[in-house]
Design a binder for this molecule. Structure first.
Ligand SMILES: *Cc1c(COP(=O)(O)O)cnc(C)c1O
Length: 344
């Protein structure tokens, strides 16, 4: 099976498992796990922040990020296709009691103008926004990279109006590798930022949220409250450290493979590509050929390729466990399947 469903599909490599097996451990909940502490130092440096917090998942980073920055009854601004809005079970509403004001914009990006337009004049009737969320890279936008100047511009408007800025950096390192811009540069316009180790970085679990010392102190209380405090977490943190040391530069391979995949798919009759390829995510559409996404996905799965149906579109994601040959084979399989499905 060629798994292009998600970059969360990666399995830890033998070398990563070895690093995990030999990790020094302690009680993470008490702040005494040496491997977790080493990871936190590395990520804080990488992102140019004072402090960091180890969490089980990216979803919990967003949940705690929103909770720490807001009060119930306030609003947060996020792109209408944002993960925090579309894929986190309404956690921001449930746990933080905030409403989400949805920003427009192509491919998951919005402009300073969009943010300005969404900020209401002070009034007793409106929910006042206190947080702006940005997603780097933007998942449902198509692995889109936020240009640094645009990020800076939206952050400037937010801060001018007293909003904090939170970056969902699940795939921040993909943006870093794609552009050569350092992670701390992208993190600078943001008060909090996190990276996920279970996406392209290839670790089995773990995410790290970073920010100021006072932000992280507050966030740590919510981590405990939400049941995210751990014990001998060094076992998994060692996988994350291994990923930082060995799996960042190779993200370029995933980007090259995604471009190759998109080129191959774009020449198949009935397939319409959705936007350019910035990083490792490819979206396309088969509905013009009369092939519904769920039919397409189950047909290619039978033929040995996994992709995801997301609304009207299909998503394919390249990662550590998919090489160039796999991508070439996947293109051939999709070609055959589309020929068969279009005949029906
Ligand atoms: C995957 C993802 C998350 C959630 O991360 P998990 O570690 O799967 O909980 C949040 N935001 C974005 C953009 C993601 O792609």
């Amino acid at each position: 099976m060629i798994n292009l469903y998600s970059d969360t599909s990666t399995r830890p490599t033998a070398a990563m498992r070895e690093a995990m097996a030999s990790a020094e451990v302690g009680d993470e909940q008490k702040g005494q796990d040496p491997t977790v502490n080493r990871l936190l130092g590395m990520v804080a440096d990488l992102l140019g922040k004072e402090a960091a917090l180890f969490l089980p998942s990216g979803t919990m980073c967003n949940l705690i990020g929103v909770k720490t920055h807001t009060q119930p009854g306030e609003a947060i601004l996020a792109h209408r296709q944002g993960h925090v809005l579309r894929s986190e079970t309404g956690g921001a509403a449930l746990v933080s009691g905030v409403i989400v004001d949805q920003l427009p914009g192509k491919r998951g990006l919005f402009t300073a103008q969009d943010v300005r337009a969404a900020i209401p004049s002070p009034s007793p009737y409106v929910a006042q926004p206190s947080l702006l969320c940005v997603e780097q890279t933007h998942n449902f936008g198509g692995g889109t990279v936020w240009p640094l100047a645009q990020l800076q511009a939206v952050s400037d408007v937010a801060r001018e109006h007293g909003l904090a800025v939170h970056m969902d950096g699940a795939r921040l390192m993909n943006a870093v590798v794609a552009t050569g811009i350092a992670a701390h540069e992208y993190a600078k316009p943001c008060d909090s930022v996190w990276i996920d180790f279970t996406k392209g970085l290839g670790a089995p679990l773990g995410a790290v949220l970073a920010g100021s010392t006072s932000f992280i102190q507050k966030a740590r209380r919510y981590k405990h409250l939400f049941g995210g405090a751990l014990r001998q977490a060094g076992i998994v943190a060692a996988g994350c450290i291994y990923a930082l040391e060995h799996h960042i530069e190779r993200l370029q391979d995933d980007h090259n493979n995604a471009k190759l995949l998109a080129e191959g798919l774009s020449s198949i009759p009935g397939i319409k590509m959705d936007g350019p390829i910035d990083t490792n995510i490819v979206f396309f559409d088969t509905t013009a050929a009369g092939v519904p996404p769920n039919h397409f996905v189950s047909a290619i799965k039978q033929a040995g390729v996994e992709m995801g149906a997301m609304g009207k579109r299909i998503r394919a994601v390249t990662h550590l466990d998919v090489n160039r040959q796999d991508v070439e084979q996947a293109i051939d399989i999709v070609n055959q399947v589309m020929a068969n499905l279009s005949k029906q």
